[in-house]
Design a protein around this ligand. Structure first.
Ligand SMILES: Nc1nc2c(ncn2[C@@H]2O[C@H](COP(=O)(O)OP(=O)(O)OP(=O)(O)O)[C@@H](O)[C@H]2O)c(=O)[nH]1
Ligand SMILES: [Mg+2]
Length: 426
């Protein structure tokens, strides 16, 4: 994490700059001044008009502070980026590059590191093409000194690296698929957290599992998926449930990141229930926007499972604001037929309601009654039933009768085990 705060200025074509300022802050940059030029389309040469660029240049010359970065609240074309950096003589990042830099800084596990590298290579490709173009035209003699041959070589190297990372990620993916299958076969339900960055997903994960996943007042704290059991929270029911924490969404998530992080989001795709966490303490329009972006992402991922909307951080708002927010979301129709629970992870509010809603949304619980011989060998099977199912009733007479409710996925396996101990199904 950054310890020293650095200075930046921001260029934007509209007034909605709060998110990019927060992204800058996450990377350790304080935005000291915003240069806003309202226009429909970016200028072809500099993104903003050249008069505005001159104004920034003058501002830099007159300012007492020094500036480390110019941030653009949008996507630059490589040619615009070259022109701006050259003119302003300061490092320039567009929104995608800023997000990539945050991802690079937050990536810890091998998979996340590979995914970020892949996204960067994809992002840099058009820039490299532009560099090659300029080097060949003799405009950029400093680049890859040695001429044309080395420039082409560099492009080849990027292609080779992309391929190698793709293969490494594929292996990790296959491994994850195997793990998923093993869990599913052992009767675990899988639930997944999803939602906008900073909504409180990891905090909820920690509360439900009693574990410690990184939680920070920052965007994109989580880049890898973590899966934990939340069965313990559910003492009387004993339904084995796994919960997976995932990477956060953001509006206009760059395509290179979506591609590179696709496998991480797969956990959401295969979940039995998705819990969509939304920060409910923000202005109702912001909540609505973030909810819309998140639901859209879930649709793109191809989620078919029930989605529970968990409106978090209600400790920060009063009852009246909460009611206004509820009405607003109702009116927009955005909630549709999704179940909706307002919670506070911080104050442990309505968490039991959320858990109950999760259980109620789990698909295909089936009831089975086993009849087992009153013998030693039945006991291991009964222990297994206590571990993996909800035992509704057990009676001992000449035989043992056990009535359970369980995940449909393990039904066949339990029946086979029952037969192996010479039991019957009623
Ligand atoms: N007041 C309040 N703050 C909360 C609550 N839940 C989480 N937070 C805070 O919100 C911030 C973000 O929480 P995280 O759990 O890291 O959010 P996340 O959704 O995992 O974020 P990313 O991993 O960055 O996508 C942290 O500072 C938490 O302490 C809550 O119920 N109330
Ligand atoms: Mg997180």
């Amino acid at each position: 994490m950054n310890t020293k705060q650095k200075n930046a200025i921001l260029i934007s074509l509209d007034d909605s700059t709060s998110e990019i300022v927060q992204l800058a802050d996450t990377l350790g940059y304080t935005v000291l001044k915003e240069f806003i030029q309202h226009r429909e389309n970016p200028d072809v040469n500099f993104y903003i008009g050249c008069g505005k660029v001159d104004e920034i240049k003058e501002y830099f010359e007159d300012a007492e502070e020094s500036f480390d970065l110019v941030i653009v609240n949008g996507e630059l074309k490589p040619s615009q980026w070259f022109a701006l950096e050259k003119k302003l003589e300061t490092k320039v990042y567009d929104r995608v590059r800023l997000i990539l830099a945050i991802f690079e800084e937050h990536a810890e596990r091998r998979e996340a590191l590979l995914q970020v590298k892949l996204a960067q290579l994809q992002y840099e490709r058009p820039y490299v093409r532009e560099l090659i173009h300029r080097a060949k035209a003799g405009e950029h003699p400093g680049f890859m000194a040695g001429g044309e041959y080395q420039v082409d070589d560099y492009y080849e190297m990027i292609k080779r690296q992309t391929k190698k990372i793709g293969e490494d990620l594929q292996k990790i993916r296959e491994n994850r698929e195997l793990q998923r299958q093993t869990r599913s076969k052992s009767g675990f339900y899988s639930t997944s957290l999803a939602g906008y960055t900073n909504a409180g997903k990891s905090s909820l994960m920690n509360l439900l599992s009693g574990e410690k996943v990184k939680v920070e007042e920052q965007l994109f704290s989580t880049l890898s998926t973590t899966t934990r059991s939340i069965t313990a929270k559910n003492k009387e029911k004993k339904i084995p449930i796994l919960l997976t924490d995932t990477v956060g969404f953001i509006e206009n998530l760059p395509a290179c990141i979506i591609d590179a992080f696709h496998s991480t989001l797969e956990e959401i795709e295969f979940a039995d229930v998705v819990i969509l966490v939304v920060d409910g303490s923000e202005a109702k329009e912001v909540v609505e926007k973030k909810l819309r972006v998140s639901l859209n992402e879930l649709r793109n991922i191809g989620v078919g499972a029930p989605i529970i909307i968990a409106l978090n951080k209600i400790d920060l708002i009063d009852n009246e604001s909460l009611n206004t927010l509820r009405e607003h979301l109702d009116q927009t129709g955005i909630i549709d037929d999704h179940v909706f629970v307002d919670i506070s992870v911080k104050e442990n509010k309505h968490i039991e309601v959320l858990l109950q809603t999760i259980y109620d949304s789990l698909p295909h619980m089936v009831k089975i009654t086993f009849q087992l011989p009153l013998e030693e060998k039945s006991h291991a099977f009964i222990s297994q039933l206590y571990e993996k199912t909800q035992v509704i009733k057990i009676t001992y007479s000449e035989v043992i009768t056990v009535e359970v409710e369980c995940n449909e996925k393990i039904k066949e396996k339990l029946i086979a085990t029952c037969r192996a101990v010479k039991g019957d199904i009623l």
